[in-house]
Design a protein around this ligand. Sequence first.
Ligand code: BGC
Length: 749
Amino acid sequence: MRTAWVALSALMPVALSAQPADDDVERRVDELLARMTVEEKVGQLTQVGAFPGMDPEGTIRRAGAGSVLWLTDTERFNALQKIAVEETRLGIPVLFALDVIHGYETIFPVPLAMAASWDTDLYERAQAVAAREARAVGLHWTFGPMLDIARDARWGRMVEGAGEDPYLGSAMAAAQVRGFQGAYPGSPGHLIACAKHFAGYGAPDGGRDYESVYIPESQLHNVYLPPFRAAVDAGVGSLMSAYMDLNDVPATASHFLLREVLREEWGFEGFVVSDAFGVANLVVQGFAADGADAAVRALEAGTNFDMASDTFGRHLAAAASDGRIPAGLLDEAVRPILAAKLRMGLFESPYTDASAAAAVLEDPAHRELARIAARRSMVLLRNEGGALPLSRDEGPIAVIGPVADSPVDMEGSWTVFNHVPSAVTILQGIRDAVGTGVGVIHAPGPQIKRGSPSMFERFNPHLRREDQSPEDAEAAFQEALAAARAAKLVVMVLGETSQMSGEAASRASLDLPGRQQELLEAVAALGKPLVMVLVNGRPMTITWAAENVPAILEAWQPGSEAGHAVADVLFGDANPGGKLPVTFPRAAAHAPLYYAHNLSHQPEGSPNYQPRYWDGSHAPLYPFGYGLSYTSFEYSSPTVAPESVAVGGTATVSVEVRNAGEVAGDEVVQLYVHQRAGSASRPVRELKGFERVTLEPGETRTVSFELGPEELRYWSTAHGDWIQDAAAFEVWVGGDSTTENRAELTVTE
Ligand code: BGC
């Protein structure tokens, strides 16, 4: 059966000119709710998987479904939608959802790399492209952005977020929401965004994915929650709860997170989805007695959607009929889901025109933006004696390393299922850049492979790696050395495969895996000009390289245009301007290591200073905010005006930045503060402003930041609330988190 207005739908997308009025949406939601059975309501709270062996068709037919996930096929989307629209009693359309994290067809640099660009406009535009492509094939909802602050590089999912800092993380969160969603959640050509994983997932014990998380109150409010708050303030349509227990309460059933913080304090009006199988996991977590208990407690806590576990489907109707869930709770949970479908215009236009997608996916502007994004996200870590940029005329060049010619490893984790890797590799990029004039020799060296397979290899054969025998590895090693010997210059492309970071990809070591370090040292011993390009999704302990390899470029996993962008930077067509969004430790055992730590007994530099480890410095290998350029920048001393403000007042911090070199370049001007005394100890430094500027040689620019209550307040455990102290502040402005370019600000009563 279908309602009259659904019957008018055609197989063509209808562009809505504006967001439907809230009153109209609410009226239609009320009308639908009044007609729905309990089973139909539970159906709307069900998100069903479409992996082989799962039955989305049957689920939709029974009582409808709120959403289907893990699918990319437009024909199947339309077939499933037809069942929802034509075969269910009320014809309520389905939301199609997937992890579109850093691109759909056009792959952008991994999120950690995008954060390294410190360029919010760029990130917004990149996610708008991802949304455009995904919506064109029929998706409505992405499980991104991932907003977990991560300070432990062993945790594989650090690659999916913006790194260690809440200020940078919040800026990147808001930019992504704007990019994915456009004017409102699910506006034409866009997706509903989903801020995940709410909250604290980035701080698992030992960096081990899914492990317990204990976060003290002050850190939760000051560090882990702000990016989510920023996403809510930017109008994000949905949130995903996290897998783990936060302070012994599963996030999936946390009344504190999902009701007190999210809805009551922040006023969020969208919907919350559990993580995959998260509702069923409440039993595994030793929290819920059984599936029925899990369903009731997740719903009560504020979960709208049960992702993939069908625990709501199996238990909520019975719980509603025997009074275990209060009257009205089901309606409250269904309401924002129906509202989202109405706002998207899905009732009027439920289908996707399969023939229109190709033109969108092949739009050359998308690849062009991916190339710009990759260039802007790269971080120059070392450049002794101006080893870079390279000359196009000197060769032959040996390009060596196991990921140098691997499209899949250029793209990083979370490309969509069935995605066929199509990235330009670094080998190809260098070949394209030098043309025929200079010879390019390639040898991969020994392969690298995870110790245990990634779970994603099951779904995408392109991610699998063959085993290599020790004999073959040795032959590959020798071949690589021979290639280096035959070359005038060596570019070593080292790092991790795409599946060595991401979900269920934690590491106990942050060293270059496999025989890469050994090969690097053997090649370096040849004494040829040597450049190392790192391809990876997390900080790596490249301590030896940091002292022995003259030029190191952190390229991350740069996406579809990887090779072209790396070549642009290597040959000086682009000047690197990215900065690290995470601290690089010297040893994995130093994790978690982050710049915004507190200070106590015997601080570094004091007369009685005792090193924290007696067997090696714990100082970062590269600090947060760090990155070099082919030019250099000079800063004036910062001025603070006025130098004293009352609590609630705002001061302006200004600095002049000058490009003191010979070529144009980008600098990310960063503002840090430290509160000297107050109701709680505060970190040694905290980022409170940044701006990426492009300066011509000799050009000077004045960059200004506001420091007001928003920047100077913090959550004080002593008060159990946000407060602003009357206190003295140190203020630094410079090119990374260790700058000594300092001024002072006094905040009075
Ligand atoms: C991940 C989520 C993801 C979901 C759906 C889970 O395993 O933790 O980040 O969105 O799967 O694919």
